[in-house]
Every structure is written in structure tokens, then in C-alpha cells.
Write a protein that binds this ligand. Structure first.
Ligand SMILES: [Zn+2]
Length: 387
């Protein structure tokens, strides 16, 4: 068992100081002055640190992605090390542009591997192209029969790399995801990749307005990637939808008008968006291809999971968003939206995923995943199999 002493708990609000006893992967006790025999426990003293829930990264190309510049531009798999360094104790994997050399079988295997190495993993079923590449023939069956599958995606719209899906195709996909989610007790959410196309969120608005599907069935991502999409995103979120911002970036994207996540969060809050409708994800291990005005590939680099908390930190230190609000976009909000009921909050009975932050510069000090110390005082304790 692991005992975290003198923890200053910050969920969505400060809950004061107490001790946490972790065992069997769960939070067993949260109360002042827990006493337990020395031989049964390991102790971390969290005095002078802030104790928060482990971070959830809802969009990671964990088995690698990319390939937009040919085979040599396929990106590598997520090493456990990056998740630990970034305080990410729950990773949701997805395929991307390539749904053929990257397969659902490979994605599930990678998710199970990371789980064996010590963190929690889930996956989205599908890829950019439609009909989606699934394991069991369609998204509904994947949700029903595969424990790790919690939703669909990343399905591309308004992008030159999409299947240019029609309204009917997208509506059918969303309906199947909703039904599969209901029948399996999972989120069944559809994670839509939004490209730079001028149609923007048009398809999602039509789904909301012309079908019986609620706006909350969709989680559109990359909403901060260009100024027009960002403005559409504000209106979408104010009318009840969710918006997801991508934390991995390159200077070329910012030069083209991408809204940095910290700024994006502050501006959404200033515009009156419900803070519970906003999430950050890293797009980790995804390729960050830079296309020129003629659609030619001008450069490519790789997203990093470690950018997830860096963006939250920027929101707090540079944009003056309160820490408890900024943290929600990588803890409570994704847990609720993705229906990860054991995640996103420090409370008795929840999974024992804990991050300790140094309050001076908001740096990650220690990381505990499923009750196991993975990093302590900046030193990684658990390495991936080949690290
Ligand atoms: Zn994407």
C-alpha cells in the first residue's frame, strides 16, 4: 500500500489537507492522520506540493500515425516514459490518417501493452476514412464486444485527407456510435478531426439541427487550429456542444493563426462558454504535417503527450486562468465526457491515479498510476519494456 501524507487536495475545488491511502489500484481512504503499520506501506510526503488527479489524454496516436509524406514519415509508438513525464495516467488511443498499415488490432495490442506497463488505456474505434476501420465490422459491435473501445474516431471532416463523407454517412456513423454506447454503458462519443476546410463545423451543426442526435454525442478536436474554426467553436460550445483543443503544435501552425491552448481556454471562458464543455488533448505521436498553400507537404514533426500539462500550465501562468478550472480540461471534463467513471477525481473508491505538483513553477514532481509510484521527485521509477 502507498500512503501519501499531508496532501493538499485539489479536485475541481480545494478540499484541504489530508492523507491518502492507496491499495489494489484504488483510493482506499482519504482522511487526516492515517496510521498504518510500517511493514505494509510506502510513504510519500506531499507537504508543500499540490495533489491532483492523474491526467487524461483523450486523443493519442499511441501506436504511431502519420505517413502523409510517404512511408518514412510514419511516426513512432508512444513510449511509457512520455506519459509518465507528462503526468498522463490515462491515455485514449486512436488511429489517424492511415487506417490500413495501422490497424485496430495493432492499436488494441499497444493499449494492452501500456496497461501492462502500468497506466490506464482505452481506444477509439475507426480512422480518418469512412466507413471506419473497425475490429468487428462496425462501431456498434466494437463498443459492445471490446472492453477498451469507448467511442469512435478520429473521423475526419472538413479536411483534404478525409473521405469527403456526406451528411448521411456521418449521421449513420454517429447513430451507430450512440446506440453502441447506450447498449454497452460507454460514452459512444464520436471524435471528429476538423481540418482547415472552409466547411468547418457545418456537418456537426446539421447533425445537431436535422437529426435526433444531441450535440454532446460529438467531440470535435483541433478547434484551436485556425481562427475561423475557433470562432465557430465558441458558438458551438455556447449552444451546448463540446470542444477539444490540441496541445501539440509547431511554430508554422502558430504563424498561420493557430490559437495557443492557454489563450484558447481563456478566450472561451471570457466568451461565456461553460468550462465543463472544454477539453485539451495532446494528439501525441500524431504527425504534425505542414501543408503549403497548394496542399504540398512542407514539413512534418511529431506530437508529444508532454505538451498536455504544459498547455494547462501556460493557461495558468500566462493567461491567469485559475488552476482548478484549467486542470479540469485534462481531468474531470474528459472523465465525464468519455464516461471514465473511475477517473478524473480524487475520492475514496476511485482509481489511484495521482499527480503531485510543485506549486512554485507548476512542475510535475511525482506521478502515481493505479497506486504505483511511476515518478518521484522528477525521477522516473518505472520504465517501459524497451526503455
Ligand atoms: Zn487529427
Amino acid at each position: 500500500m502507498l500512503l501519501i501524507k499531508n496532501a493538499e487536495i485539489l479536485n475541481h475545488e480545494s478540499e484541504g489537507r489530508c492523507d491518502l491511502l492507496l491499495g489494489g489500484g484504488k483510493i482506499l481512504l482519504m482522511e487526516p492522520h492515517i496510521r498504518i503499520s510500517r511493514q505494509y506501506r510506502e510513504v510519500i510526503d506531499a507537504r508543500n506540493l499540490i495533489t491532483v488527479p492523474g491526467f487524461i489524454d483523450g486523443h493519442v496516436h499511441m501506436m504511431g500515425g502519420g505517413g502523409e509524406g510517404g512511408f518514412a514519415t510514419r511516426t513512432p509508438e508512444l513510449p511509457l516514459r512520455d506519459a509518465i513525464l507528462g503526468g498522463v495516467t490515462t491515455v485514449v488511443g486512436c488511429l489517424g490518417t492511415d487506417g490500413h498499415t495501422r490497424t485496430m488490432g495493432g492499436l488494441l495490442a499497444k493499449a494492452k501493452g501500456l496497461e501492462e506497463e502500468g497506466i490506464s488505456t482505452f481506444v477509439l474505434s475507426g480512422s480518418y476514412g469512412m466507413p471506419l476501420q473497425t475490429m468487428m465490422g462496425n462501431i456498434e459491435r466494437d463498443l459492445l464486444f471490446l472492453d477498451k473501445v469507448i467511442g469512435a474516431g478520429e473521423a475526419a471532416i472538413s479536411d483534404h485527407r478525409s473521405s469527403q463523407p456526406t451528411f448521411e454517412v456521418v449521421a449513420q456513423l454517429a447513430g451507430e456510435a450512440r446506440r453502441g454506447g447506450m447498449l454497452s454503458g460507454k460514452a459512444g462519443i464520436v471524435n471528429f478531426h476538423l481540418g482547415d476546410g472552409k466547411r468547418g463545423l457545418e456537418l456537426l451543426r446539421r447533425l445537431r439541427d436535422e437529426t435526433e442526435l444531441p450535440a454532446t454525442q460529438f467531440l470535435p478536436t483541433h478547434i484551436n487550429r485556425n481562427p475561423d474554426l475557433f470562432e465557430e467553436g465558441i458558438a458551438w460550445a455556447k449552444s451546448g456542444g463540446f470542444v477539444d483543443f490540441t496541445t501539440s503544435t509547431v511554430q508554422a501552425f502558430l504563424d498561420e493563426g493557430e490559437v495557443p491552448c492557454g489563450v484558447a481556454l481563456r478566450r472561451m471562458l471570457e466568451a461565456g462558454v461553460d468550462p465543463g464543455h472544454i477539453t485539451f488533448t495532446s494528439d501525441g505521436q500524431g504527425s504534425l504535417p505542414n501543408f503549403d498553400g497548394k496542399g504540398r507537404l512542407a514539413g512534418i514533426s511529431v506530437g508529444r503527450v508532454t505538451t498536455l500539462f504544459q498547455a494547462v500550465r501556460d493557461a495558468v501562468l500566462q493567461e491567469k486562468v485559475p488552476l482548478e478550472i484549467a486542470l479540469k480540461v485534462i481531468t474531470a471534463n474528459p472523465a465525464r465526457i468519455l464516461k471514465l467513471r473511475q477517473k478524473g477525481k480524487l475520492a475514496v473508491g476511485m482509481d489511484a491515479d495521482v499527480v503531485l505538483l510543485d506549486p512554485r513553477h507548476l512542475e510535475i514532481h511525482s506521478v502515481v498510476a493505479k497506486g504505483r509510484p511511476m515518478m518521484r521527485a522528477g525521477k522516473i521509477l518505472v520504465k517501459g519494456t524497451f526503455e
